[in-house]
Design a protein around this ligand. Structure first.
Ligand code: 4AD
Ligand code: MG
Length: 429
């Protein structure tokens, strides 16, 4: 019987005739003779009208009760979507228990909506975010595949740190210590010698001890690597993939952006070329703004925020001093104190979404830098090995997908755009 049901969006489009809809109670209001129920499915909401005397069940419905109902569609300007369904038959009604989420519960405890995230996913807000996430992942795949990148898969259990030992998660692997990957970069670097242009979308893990607006311990990482390429080539791919994703979301998710109250002007402006700002220039800009920073200091979240507020679209920040970036970055041969590295920063204060650059392709230079960074070349044996056979200039980056979704949706916190977020204090639900 449920097979006859049509999506609520479709029922609203039809606006007349008979229809069966199915979904969950979003709101309920009882009048003398009628009960008005707003029903929600994955596509939208519609108002159902029950005659109270004919449908005793309508009284028992709670928020989030499940329902399948058939009736006549009637145009009604006062109803959400301009159409209501006058119920003639109820085919499934699962009243369930009173729904625990309400404004009072949420207001009383800022962690509450995170504690009940398994239920809060049903909210219209989460629904809109999840649909935008869906489109973002789709667009990333589309961009890379259409641009000649091969999709590859990489391991999550690893033995050597990519991004430094401090944020490694240790796992007991049959009695041996291994780690959860922080980045698939080294595996992508191996794969370019087979496929030249590769990408992967996978989780990355960081034991980030602090809770911030933009850090998770498990996040989705879209990484690419290409042979025969330098820093600027990778930066171009970075600005193209971001603008491609944003364009697609603007086209296909206008309704969801509006439901979230997101102003779209900053998104519409995010077209290539993004601004290019060197690390040196960034330090100057920040000093002029009164930020106390000297050459060689890190550009952290606060500095990024101050910097991005100076620009009306994303920027490529490049040429970081050697000690600010991981060992694998190639130093600029004309100016060895800086690396051929870049970050892409999102506007409106959001900051870093991409980190990448050109890699060291010379084995001697690589081993020297590994040692200079106090690391043990033995731990990087196979990574160094890649440089011993037909090494070529290559570059790539990692894009934090959750951070991109955060900016696109205008969220205050990265946790708000992930269905089941993981941070230092939360591994549940
Ligand atoms: O800048 P990161 O650390 O660069 C790398 O991991 C490189 N190995 C990537 C590469 O070149 N293939 O991380 C890349 C991006 C950041 O810009 C950020 O968007 C995201 O990953 N990211 C995080 N997102 C959420 N929570 C965290 N804890 C994140 N750490 C990094
Ligand atoms: Mg980074």
């Amino acid at each position: 019987a449920f097979k006859r049901a049509i999506p609520i969006a479709e029922a609203l489009r039809r606006g007349e005739g008979y229809a069966t809809v199915r979904g969950w109670v979003y709101r309920k209001r009882s009048l003398k003779e009628k009960v008005f129920v707003v029903l929600r499915d994955a596509t939208g909401v519609i108002q159902l009208v029950f005659q109270r005397d004919k449908f005793k069940i309508a009284e028992d419905l709670n928020i989030e009760s499940a329902l399948v109902a058939t009736g006549r569609l009637v145009r009604e300007p006062r109803a959400p979507g301009g159409v209501e369904l006058h119920v003639e038959k109820v085919e499934w009604a699962y009243a369930g228990e009173p729904y625990p989420i309400n404004e009072d519960a949420a207001a009383a405890d800022s962690e509450y909506l995170l504690d009940v995230r398994h239920l809060w996913l049903r909210s219209r807000k989460m629904q809109a975010v999840l649909k935008i996430r869906h489109t973002v992942f789709e667009a990333i795949h589309q961009y890379f595949r259409r641009s000649g990148f091969y999709e590859v898969q990489t391991p999550m259990f690893i033995t050597a740190a990519v991004e430094g030992g401090a944020t490694l998660f240790k796992v007991d692997y049959f009695g041996q210590p291994v780690y959860l990957t922080q980045s698939s970069q080294f595996y992508l670097e191996a794969l370019i010698y087979s496929l030249e242009k590769v990408y992967v979308i996978a989780p990355s893990f960081r034991a980030e001890p602090s809770r911030t607006r933009r850090h998770l311990t498990e996040f989705w990482h879209a990484e690419m690597e290409m042979a025969w390429a330098g820093m600027e080539d990778a930066a171009k791919v970075g600005e193209e993939v971001i603008s491609y994703v944003v364009e697609k979301v603007l086209q296909e998710r206008a309704e969801e952006l509006s439901l979230l109250g997101r102003k779209t002007e900053p998104l519409e402006r995010a077209k290539p070329p993004f601004y290019r700002v060197s690390y040196d220039e960034a330090v100057e800009i920040l000093r002029k703004k009164g930020v106390s920073i000297s050459w060689g200091d890190d550009i952290g979240a606060d500095e990024e925020r101050a910097l991005t507020l100076e620009f009306d679209k994303p920027l490529v920040l490049y040429g970081f001093p050697e000690k600010l970036k991981a060992f694998y970055h190639r130093n600029n041969p004309d100016r060895p104190e800086v690396t051929l590295s870049f970050d892409v920063l999102l506007p409106e204060g959001y900051g870093e979404v991409i980190g990448g650059g050109e890699r060291i392709y010379d084995p001697v230079e690589l081993v020297e830098k590994i040692k200079r960074f106090g690391l043990n070349p033995e731990d990087y044996q196979w990574y160094i090995d890649l440089r011993r056979y037909g090494s070529v200039p290559h570059a790539g980056f990692g894009l934090g997908v959750d951070r991109l979704v955060m900016w696109i949706t205008g969220a205050d916190h990265i946790r708000d755009v992930v269905p089941f977020p993981r941070d230092v204090r939360r591994t549940r639900p």
